[in-house]
Design a protein around this ligand. Structure first.
Ligand code: FDP
Length: 334
């Protein structure tokens, strides 16, 4: 009698992001489930945005709307679609007190009566790297989650907490596949959207960034106007056999750096003297992810997540990646 053979992958369990989140929640007996609900709203938004990005050329939603956002940057049609999607998905969750988006000047206050519980603040860049959209390049969504700070003088200011206070952070990369990378403070986990099933499936738990890799990522067209230390680092790296990779979308560049190592840099420039990237919904969440994966994240010589923010759209410089490569850059800055 022939025995029934297991398929080759039978040992590997299939885990959807929902079951992963429930499993994590069960590890914390006092958890209310609110954070799980918020993360599930983010995964729903990601599926929605992924579908619109994939069909963008067919649905004629590429190109700019003709207006600028609060950053003075041209708003793409898909920026607006992604922003509305996130607000619609998150706005209905009772555990969210405040939403802050790159696309909107002021934070959205959804709940003022927060005396009896401790709801969350969710900050996001709905579609990062949107200049890549028209050329079918990688773009992404970045998010940061904090607990609502009732002590803030104005409710909107509850978002202005240093990155060390984040309870969760992540990004979604809309590339050849849609990848979601998440941390809730206990490691970094990666999920890939199975478009046929409509579910994000766990592909790797406890990702670790390589300790070093001879690769740097920056817009080298700015090299003439960055502080001298960065120029010296780049010269040193070029003399030492490094390669340079830069897509122009932070999510894609940080994702590559997380998986293959190296350092991603956006230094202060003449055009952006404080740096170009936004502290609250770009630098801080990426810093939390990279640190959770064993890397480092600095803004100049200060740890990114220790900066005290003063505004929702505040900008910062960024040096983020493999611990040894970040140290190599810092050696030239001090
Ligand atoms: P974009 O303006 O296209 O949204 O968030 C800002 C950002 O992209 C990052 O994703 C990216 O790393 C950086 O700006 C690119 O800036 P440069 O074009 O100045 O290199």
């Amino acid at each position: 009698m022939s025995s029934v053979q297991s398929p080759p992958n039978a040992q590997r369990n299939l885990t959807s992001i929902q079951s992963f989140l429930l499993r994590e929640e069960a590890k914390h007996p006092n958890a209310t489930g609110t954070l799980t609900w918020i993360l599930s709203a983010l995964t729903l938004s990601a599926k929605f945005i992924a579908a619109r990005v994939r069909r963008a050329r067919l649905e004629d939603v590429l190109g700019s709307l003709g207006g600028d956002n609060v950053q003075g940057e041209q708003q793409q049609k898909l920026d607006v679609i992604a922003n509305e999607t996130l607000i619609r998905c998150l706005g209905s969750r009772p555990g969210v007190a405040i939403l802050g988006s790159e696309e909107d000047e002021h934070a959205h206050v959804l709940r003022r009566d927060t005396k009896s519980d401790r709801p969350y603040v969710v900050l996001f860049d709905p579609l990062d790297g949107s200049s890549n959209l028209d050329v079918n390049g990688g773009v992404g969504t970045i998010f940061s989650i904090l607990q609502h700070d009732r002590r803030a003088p104005r409710i909107e200011d509850s978002a202005l907490q240093p990155g060390t206070q984040q309870v969760a952070a992540g990004y979604v990369l809309y590339g050849p596949s849609t990848v979601l990378v998440l941390t809730t403070g206990a490691g970094v986990h990666m999920f890939v959207l199975d478009p046929d099933v409509g579910s994000f499936l766990l592909v790797q738990e406890h990702l670790r960034i390589p300790v070093a890799s001879k690769s740097y990522s920056l817009n080298s067209a700015n090299i003439g106007t960055v502080p001298e230390g960065y120029r010296n680092y780049v010269n040193w790296a070029n003399e030492n056999g490094y390669s340079m990779r830069y897509t122009g979308a932070m999510v894609a560049d940080v994702h590559r750096t997380l998986l293959t190592g190296g350092v991603f840099l956006y230094p202060p420039t003449a055009k952006a003297p404080k740096g170009k990237l936004r502290l609250m919904y770009e630098a801080n969440p990426m810093a939390m992810l990279i640190e959770q994966a064993g890397g480092k994240a600095y803004s100049g010589t200060q740890r990114t997540m220790e900066q005290q923010p003063s505004g929702l759209h505040e900008r910062t410089s960024v040096i983020i990646g493999s611990p040894d490569e970040v140290d190599n850059v810092l050696r030239f800055l001090t």
